[in-house]
Ligand binder design. Sequence first.
Ligand SMILES: [Zn+2]
Length: 283
Amino acid sequence: MEMEVFTERVTGMPKCLFCQDTDQTHFSKVEHIVPESLGNRQYVLPAGIVCDKCNGFFSKLENYFCHHHLASGHKLLKKYRTKKGKPPSMPLQAGEMRQDETGRVHFRQALIEGKEREQLAISFFERDVAIRVCWPLPDTDSRKISRFLTKAGIETLYFKLGAMALEPAFDFVRKYARFGSKLDFVPFLWCYHPQQSIDLFIGTFDFKKNGRFHFGTVFLPGIVYLVPLDRVEEEFAVEAIRGSLKFAGNSLNLCKHACTIKREPIELVAHLSADSGPQKTRK
Ligand SMILES: [Zn+2]
């Protein structure tokens, strides 16, 4: 795997990868291509590549992605710490799941839609009472996922191939990630996948008659995403890859439009302690 980080710019002058700001006083922060709270330690762009304003803008998008992407429940089971060193938490459709300092996982969820005060709360302990639970997750805004993936894609391109990421061929996606209007949408492909590590790649797909397309590929625990980085208005490549590429035997799903994606609820058999079992609580 290519791990070289390009710290020197061919232009000899800092220029933000997204807004193209060149004021050297505006580049004080490193940029995580995938948020640290998802477990990313290795894919970081040094200060001087993404300006502080863009960095700040993307932190909101990253926060949304962490909690709403299509396999976000995995992070709780992986015991990652947040940036501030706290155990992770994430919203459910009408409640929350979080981990405490001892590693126990707590769930809180409204029993009846619209009646948030009628809550079921469960904590996981080590002693044995088995119970089957099903926890709905909040819906996902596909546009925010797509914008995050294009941001990560352009940054991966820079991480792997340096100044090539500044070429005009990638301007549409660069602007979409940072400023995208409501009318724009960059499609993405995804499927569940057993890999538990984080890996970022640039895929170059050569189609004889139709030429070359670049895709950003993001492996996160439990899922892989692909997003086109150039020629995004041509559906050809997205459809061809969907039809031919598989990950661990799974076919890719295609998200083509801005829409609300319903997520599969988290279903599991929990082992609860006998003395603290499931409790129905009223606030
Ligand atoms: Zn910028």
